[in-house]
Design a protein around this ligand. Sequence first.
Ligand code: TTP
Ligand code: CA
Ligand code: CA
Length: 541
Amino acid sequence: MNLFSVIIHCDLDCFYAQVERERLQLPADACVVVVQWKMALAVSYPARKFGIKRGSDIEEIKEAAGDKVTIVKVETIGAGHSSGPEAESEASDANANANDENSSAKEEKDVQGREKVSLARYRKASAEVFAAIFEALKSYNAKLERASIDEAYIDVTAEVDRRMRLAEETREMPVDTVVVGEKLDLSSESDVRLAYGADISAEVRKKVFEKCNYTMSGGISVNKLLAKFASAENKPNKQTIVPENAISDLMKDVPLKKLRGLGGKLGEKVVEMGVTTAGEATELTLKALIKQLGRRKDAEFVFNCVRGKDESQVVERDATKSLLAAKSFKPERSLDVLEKQWLPLLAAELTDRMKMDSEVNKRDAKTLTISFRVKQAEKKGLTQASRSIPMPPNNNDDWAKEIAEAALHLMQNVLDEAQFRLPINFIGLTANNFNDRAKPGESITNYFSAAAQEKPEDELTQPSISDVSQESINKRRRQERADLEMARRLHRFESTKGTKKPPKKVQKTEPGDSKQTSKRKMASRSVVTTLDAFFKSQPKR
Ligand code: TTP
Ligand code: CA
Ligand code: CA
């Protein structure tokens, strides 16, 4: 294992809930729950004290916290109205909006049938966060990989090298830093490097807080796997170091499903072998793992992962590889309904996002893919089908219409094939295979774009279908135009970045607002270490 790498993983705390708290100008300690179709998606940390979790039902939420909690519905687009920022759901109405006793289950179902969720608000917030992260890192030689809408890996190895060479300052560990294990081993170069990493992590988190008022948690370790694990250890608004000497102790009790890559089917297959923690899994031989998992590659991945080993690199990845507009709905037997209602809505959403993406990321999608779940004639259940064509050019106002028509045509072709037929209960329109117009060095601006590789936004829903109004599409467009303007402003701001030298004296950093800092005690196995004297005596490299 390369113990000289320093990797930071940062992840926003209760991201959508923080976005809504800021939008509604609520205090830092507000209990905010963001719900989608009556189920909690994001829960602020104060609200979690009432036992509210992701997945909690809206009735449970009200029962647990009554009027102490602000429930905000995820914005939707579709028929009749938009619950977007320009609609009525502003601060004072936010509670009424979701707490309205008259909104019966049936009405909710109807809304699901007409509308789809829109993550535009959170994408925009994500762009602002990444702009702040860039600002914090701009004069450093750091690699950044955007891992999702609210998290990133940063390889700061080179910057740590530089700081170690310059180390003259007296410094302390950032205040909100937790070290897993006894303490940092000050005679180990790897640990010293992590301490420098903790400084950088604190700087990044502080910048995000100053610019966006969002708290973010950080993990600092020698690889991505451990950094990701660490960032989740002491949420919210803390950063956690996993030093080398703590790895084996740490892995002993870690549930397999908490490790990156083992949360899903692969992890389940390992659990089938009678182990539940990473420590237990270290007893499994590579041979046994190959036998159980089939592929040597998977077995090796698991073998290393449970030992805290991860060779994967931070890949400088900026913009998302594809843009997706998707909707799940009640199985639909009429192509007419799909043609009139869902395709225009999805095509409008996709073209709006492509226009914004084109401006910000200086690229154009070459391929349009339509994917949908369709019935297989011979078998029970639905199966995924997808077809791609060259993206229709954006040369007139009917771009969305052309895309909807092209998608319909592709869908008809599939339905003409003997093995497929209606119904369909999911449609996704994807723009991918981008043609890059950016000049070298411009890729930094890519971060102002939408979220990373996206999943269908409302896969879990089973609504029915009715009319889609042009008005709500127009409203959505107005909002996207405002978003685009914001992205442009951010772009202008970023393009003026200078080559400021880093400050000589590293300040003690205090990211975040103490009001919002968790009162939760640090884990008993963790201590905060002062490195004052140590850094003074470090040999120069
Ligand atoms: P997470 O980072 O998983 O969670 P979180 O930010 O809400 O909370 P934490 O402090 O524990 O990190 O997800 C980021 C956002 O993505 C979250 O606010 C809501 C959204 N999300 C979904 O919409 N569906 C999901 O299944 C998950 C996991 C997240
Ligand atoms: Ca998060
Ligand atoms: Ca996350």
